[in-house]
Design a protein around this ligand. Structure first.
Ligand SMILES: [Fe+2]
Ligand SMILES: [Fe+2]
Length: 206
């Protein structure tokens, strides 16, 4: 069976994403494996760094500190797993690229406003990146020809789905649920526009 036929249509219902990934992306990613692994490695590294920053910034918020501490370890573990895959293939890590996707999302975060608004956007930014990463890993886990790599990416998909949920839950711990939902809807819409305007490239996760 063509692996492409196994795509599940549930991306939208699970993650709320408004725009599914262009199906051509998996085929492009497949032929740029070194680039995709390198980019993936840096994504994991940045996820770990972002969690550390949140802990530093919101050290007075016990749940953020307690819940994100193990995520730092987990994301760093992900980085090491991807690094191992590169090394197994005699490939080197390579340079970090400019992250257009994350930079575009960063532009949507509130810089002014109340402390609560800023916290909410910090957490929803993380939820957004986890949700899209999860969807991308799902695409790879369903669309790649290599069975080993399909399984490799399935593990990441499951893990990032859990992180997405955690960031939404953390938002609801500190901010009124109705407000979280309203702002999350705005994030989903904004992210869909960002995705729509981005070139489909196989050398990057987003
Ligand atoms: Fe991760
Ligand atoms: Fe994650």
């Amino acid at each position: 069976m063509d692996p492409q036929q196994t795509y599940s249509p549930n991306t939208k219902t699970i993650l709320g994403l408004q725009l599914p990934t262009d199906p051509r992306w998996v085929n492009l990613a497949e032929i740029s494996l070194q680039d995709i692994l390198t980019d993936h490695a840096y994504c994991e590294q940045k996820a770990a760094i972002s969690c550390i920053s949140l802990i530093q910034r919101y050290s007075d918020k016990e749940r953020i500190v307690n819940e994100l501490s193990p995520i730092v370890t987990e994301e760093w573990g992900h980085f090491r797993l991807v690094l191992e895959e590169l090394q197994k293939r005699n490939l080197s890590l390579g340079k970090q690229r400019k992250d257009e996707y994350v930079n575009a999302l960063l532009a949507f975060t509130k810089k002014g406003g109340s402390e609560e608004d800023r916290l909410l956007d910090q957490l929803l930014l993380m939820a957004m990146i986890e949700a899209r990463s999860c969807e991308r890993f799902k695409r790879l886990s369903e669309g790649l020809k290599d069975e080993y790599l399909r399984n490799f990416y399935r593990r990441f998909m499951e893990s990032e789905a859990g992180h997405y949920t955690l960031f939404i839950e953390l938002s609801e711990t500190y901010v009124d649920k109705t407000k979280v939902r309203k702002r999350w809807k705005a994030w989903l819409q904004y992210e869909a526009d960002v995705m729509k305007n981005m070139e489909v490239r196989g050398d990057r996760i987003h």
